[in-house]
Design a protein. Structure first.
Length: 387
């Protein structure tokens, strides 16, 4: 019985009926705990918005006002974080990676390298090649990139820092002081901060601090890219939001981008996003409670099933970054492959996230608790058999 206020997590049979990538990539005997897609039943307000749109055949090109998406996005940030950007600075794009790529291509110095802290969300390694830019990687660190390393890269000519805030895959939230320091460094060097805030609605401990909110300089130099994709599980509806820096130059630059590059957000995606931002807060509160419970399950069981494992329970996201190098019997060169072969559990290999990923895996715990517990049981049995 699902506790009151907690979203239902469907059973495995219903989850497999979804037919999404998460549930079709691997064989039917594999528990998929890999891609960042939640198993929770969809927020009713989002479902109602989609059904209403379909019923009135709202299936053509998006309206010019984007259904008030700018006001909905800005309003959510204002209510939950205190940051209140002008809705006119908000623009719809197909997804967060597209938004980050457009920001690098059109809102940074032409040809300038980009700085990417690693381990990093995998698609960000493609942004440099896609925009003809060199990618300079630096360590992410425990709580964010070293400002001195960022300053050196900017001094050498880099034009932007891609900052995952909250961080994926490490699951931490950036401290306001660090964000302010990074913004000051960027402004002094004529550089930008491109903040991926797709996980902003999934902060489990403390509060989210938008990168653009910490100072006047941050408001100018930061381009925020966000979406309801993680908080309300709407990735397939293709609608993210770019929030430009508070400058006339950003507004003019964005307006000059050819429409074929900025278009792609879907009509249904806009309807779903507006519903999530404006009417999905009670449901999100329940989701966070469920995710905290699943995180607690990991904290209790991981030391039992995989003695020697190292991890830090994430303060944000529903992604656990697990270090298997100290677990006897597990292949340290490919723990994800070992878990798939021996335990029939699919996770993301840490090496896909770049430097700092060796011996690690990323596990998605936004899962039906029974499925998560079963996966942990199988991991425990595989480790015991190997040891």
């Amino acid at each position: 019985m699902t506790p009151p206020g907690i979203p239902e997590f469907p059973d495995e049979a219903r989850l497999r009926e979804r037919g999404t990538s998460k549930w079709t990539r691997f064989d039917a005997d594999v528990t998929p705990l890999w891609v960042a897609e939640s198993d929770a039943a969809t927020c009713p307000a989002v479902l109602d918005a989609i059904r209403e749109a379909v019923d009135r055949e709202f299936l053509g090109y998006p309206p010019a006002d984007e259904l008030g998406l700018g006001a909905a996005t800005a309003g959510w940030y204002a209510r939950t974080t205190g940051w209140d950007p002008d809705p006119a600075r908000v623009h719809a794009v197909a997804d967060v990676v597209r938004g980050v790529t457009l920001a690098v291509a059109h809102l940074t110095r032409a040809g300038s390298p980009i700085v990417l802290p690693t381990p990093a969300y995998m698609p960000f390694f493609e942004v440099g090649p896609a925009t003809g830019r060199e990618t300079i990687t630096i360590p992410t660190g425990d709580r964010g990139p070293d400002p001195a390393a960022v300053a050196r890269a900017f001094a050498a000519g880099a034009g932007a820092l891609i900052l995952c805030n909250p961080n994926n895959p490490l699951g931490f939230t950036h401290e306001p002081a660090l964000l302010a320091e990074l913004a000051g460094i960027a402004e002094r060097h004529g550089a930008r901060i491109i903040a991926d805030e797709i996980h902003a609605p999934v902060v489990l401990d403390g509060a989210h601090t938008p990168a653009a909110s910490v100072s006047a300089a941050a408001e100018r130099v930061t381009v925020t890219v966000t979406a309801t994709s993680k908080g309300w599980n709407t990735a397939g509806l293709k609608c993210a939001q770019v929030i430009l820096g508070d400058t006339a130059a950003d507004a003019a630059a964005w307006a000059s981008i050819p429409h074929i590059l900025t278009s792609g957000a879907s009509t249904l995606g806009m309807a779903a996003a507006v519903a999530a931002w404006t009417a999905g807060e009670e449901w999100r509160t329940g989701l966070l409670a469920a995710l905290r419970a699943n995180r607690g399950l990991l904290a209790r069981r991981l030391p039992e099933v995989a003695p020697g494992i190292r991890w830090r329970p994430p303060a944000a996201t529903y992604l656990a970054w697990l270090d298997f190098r100290g677990v006897a019997g597990v292949d340290p060169a490919d723990p994800a492959g070992w878990l798939l072969d021996r335990a029939r559990v699919a996770v993301n290999p840490g090496t896909a996230f770049g430097d700092g990923g060796a011996g690690r895996v990323r596990l998605n715990f936004a899962a039906n608790p029974d499925l998560l517990a079963g996966a942990l049981d199988r991991i425990g049995a595989a480790v015991a058999a190997a040891g």
